[in-house]
Ligand binder design. Structure first.
Ligand SMILES: Cc1cc2nc3c(=O)[nH]c(=O)nc-3n(C[C@H](O)[C@H](O)[C@H](O)COP(=O)(O)O)c2cc1C
Length: 220
């Protein structure tokens, strides 16, 4: 159920666009049954769709439909021929990002970082001369104006305390998105989920509250 207040604020997140909004929904948890990032990521997309039923959703499930690691043919072509057949999937993935207004990126923490399936997707999307250009003014990301919502699952707790320095998940995603020009980033963290059922339930409740908070902050 969307309240009027939340409806207005989600519309604000969608920036009252006149053209149809496109949401790119990326899943990367290898857990298909009770993944917290999948649960909260789906809830985020659901709320955006409730607010804008005409919004188009492109789904990339990087576990159920693997994006391969880049290989020698890919690297050979990326410096010589942007139209090479070896880069066809890269062009498709980049086109999906370019067509999108909001990226909802789900990422569980695996060994302090993002899953390798998500990293493989990033290696296809972050391309010199296409999504990032190098000019007289330095590095210029080509994906400016897009928003990202990061939905981050973690077994332990990293937001504060001694583990904070070991978080290469949020820090890396912010860095690489910023590199291609995406700096309007909201983060929904679901952490401590392997520290018992109560902690997990609390983390999920906090994440749902964060989704609501994001939308009301956008309205302010
Ligand atoms: C391969 C693997 C590595 C993991 N590494 C970490 C880690 O470094 N730190 C952590 O806090 N949790 C770690 N976890 C726990 C997950 O982050 C936690 O289960 C989280 O719920 C995953 O998100 P998901 O439920 O969306 O899959 C790991 C889990 C797996 C399967």
């Amino acid at each position: 159920m969307v309240t009027i207040c939340n409806y207005i604020s989600i519309r604000n997140l969608l920036q009252e666009r006149t053209a149809m909004t496109t949401i790119l929904h990326i899943a990367s948890s290898s857990n298909l049954h009770n993944s917290v990032s999948r649960e909260i990521g789906a809830a985020t997309v659901e709320r955006l769709k409730e607010a804008d039923p005409d919004a188009k959703v492109i789904t990339r499930d990087l576990v159920q439909h693997l994006v391969p690691h880049i290989d020698p043919a890919f690297v050979g072509a990326m410096f010589t021929n942007h139209d090479a057949p070896e880069l066809a999937l890269s062009r498709t993935l980049i086109a999906e990002v370019m067509a999108s207004d909001i990226l909802v990126i789900e990422a569980p923490m695996y060994n302090f970082n993002i899953p390798s399936v998500l990293k493989a997707w990033i290696d296809h999307v972050v391309r010199g001369g296409i999504t990032v250009k190098y000019g007289a003014a330095g590095v210029e990301g080509q994906l400016k104006g897009k928003k990202a919502v990061l939905v981050l699952g973690r077994g332990g707790v990293y937001a504060d305390g001694p583990m904070k320095a070991m978080d290469y998940q949020e820090t890396y995603l912010r860095t690489v998105l910023g590199f291609v020009g995406i700096t309007d980033i909201e983060v929904v963290i679901i952490e401590g989920v392997t520290m018992g059922p109560e902690k997990r339930a609390e983390a999920l409740a906090n994440a749902r509250a964060k989704i609501a908070m994001i939308t009301s902050r956008k309205a302010a």
